[in-house]
Design a protein around this ligand. Structure first.
Ligand code: KG4
Ligand code: ZN
Length: 342
């Protein structure tokens, strides 16, 4: 059987990404043009700026994905594109480009849910992929979900955040501590130089698979005011370490307990916060079943995960055609994304 090459396109937030993936498992190319530096000067993603930047970058990024993969248009079998959740203007650029390509080349078009896409970063591994049933922890800028995956495309949400997403909490904490942008990696770096010695609240929400990080965020805010933790002050590193430990501990303990209760075969972690080394360590240490966590470069937004998810969706009979719409929402990092309220 010839390989089925999927062209994946991802423009849901502030990364313009294209990738070519063979048979859902093997990355031939994965190009990500980050807009981080452009948005850094505003302290968050500006939706209008993001969509205009996608418009400028999308074609060169796709061309580079093909060249790097060493394939021509004739070698592409399916086009997969993120159609939500995300910023409407950003999504429209990727979806419209994917539609044009699919229309001209008469290729099947598959719309991919961004969060499902994140999960499929775990199929882009050498060796055996995860087996079902698996418990998925999806921790991104807009989501902190525990999801039971019983087969390809078969997801049942067990729990979610009741307020801030884990990534959003990292971004807000980074702002409070003034450690830089983007918040997650900046806070992780600050935490490396500190001790987790400060007491911060953890919301366990016992008897549920839900999360809550707003109390922790408020706790950090009060601590910063009481102790006078100003950007650059020496306790900043300890505060960052204490905050990071609280988030990682709650996520890891609740995930492992749910995995034991549900008797799943694997834990599958994904989303930008999965890049956090302490969270990775806690999950690997505490879990009794194998834990899949993507390579660092595949935790944050990329198009290889979208191509992989699109491949499995197509295999299970999904093809959306040119009527594909976008499913927008400010689901992605409502703190990272600049709105009138922040
Ligand atoms: O999945 P992602 O790239 O975009 C969304 O779909 O939201 O996730 C971005 C989020 C941001 O909130 C960012 O601060 C967080 O992931 N993040 C991290 C780390 N790297 C990215 N959080 C903690 N530690 C990290 N190393
Ligand atoms: Zn994402």
């Amino acid at each position: 059987m010839p390989l089925m090459n999927v062209l994946g396109i991802e423009t849901s937030c502030d990364e313009t990404a294209a990738a070519v993936v063979a048979d859902g498992r093997s990355i031939l190319s994965s190009i990500v043009a980050s807009q981080v530096e452009i948005h850094a000067r505003y302290g968050g993603v500006v939706p209008e700026v993001a969509s205009r930047q996608h418009l400028l970058t999308i074609v060169p990024v796709i061309e580079r994905a093909l060249t790097t993969a060493g394939v021509s248009w004739r070698d592409i079998s399916i086009v997969a594109v993120t159609n939500g959740p995300g910023l409407a203007g950003s999504l429209l650029v990727g979806v419209n480009t994917a539609k044009s390509i699919a229309a001209v080349l008469r290729l099947p078009l598959v719309g991919v849910n961004h969060l499902e896409g994140h999960v499929y970063a775990n199929w882009l591994v050498e060796g055996e992929p995860p087996i079902f049933p698996a418990l998925c922890l999806i921790v991104s800028g807009g989501h902190s979900d525990l999801v039971l995956m019983s087969g390809h495309g078969q997801f049942k949400r067990l729990g979610r955040t009741r307020d801030d997403a884990a990534g959003e909490a990292f971004d807000k904490a980074a702002r409070v501590l003034g450690v830089g942008y983007p918040g997650g990696p900046a806070l992780e770096k600050a935490a490396q130089g500190g001790k987790a010695s400060l007491v911060l609240p953890r919301a366990w929400l016992k008897g549920t698979d839900d999360f809550s990080f707003s109390g922790l965020k408020t706790g950090l805010f009060h601590l910063a005011q009481e102790r006078g933790i100003k950007p650059g002050s020496p306790v900043v590193n300890d505060a960052a370490a204490s905050f990071q430990e609280a988030v990682a501990e709650v996520l890891a303990v609740k995930t492992v307990k749910a995995a034991e209760r549900l008797k799943v075969k694997n834990i599958v972690v994904s989303g930008g916060v999965a890049a956090n080394k302490l969270l990775r360590r806690y999950l690997l240490e505490k879990s009794l079943v194998p834990v899949f966590i993507p390579l660092l470069s595949l935790c944050t937004d990329n198009a290889a995960m979208i191509a992989s998810c699109g491949y499995y969706r197509f295999q299970s009979g999904r093809s959306d055609g040119l009527n594909l719409d976008v499913v927008s929402s400010l689901a992605i990092g409502s703190d990272r994304v600049m709105t009138e309220s922040n």
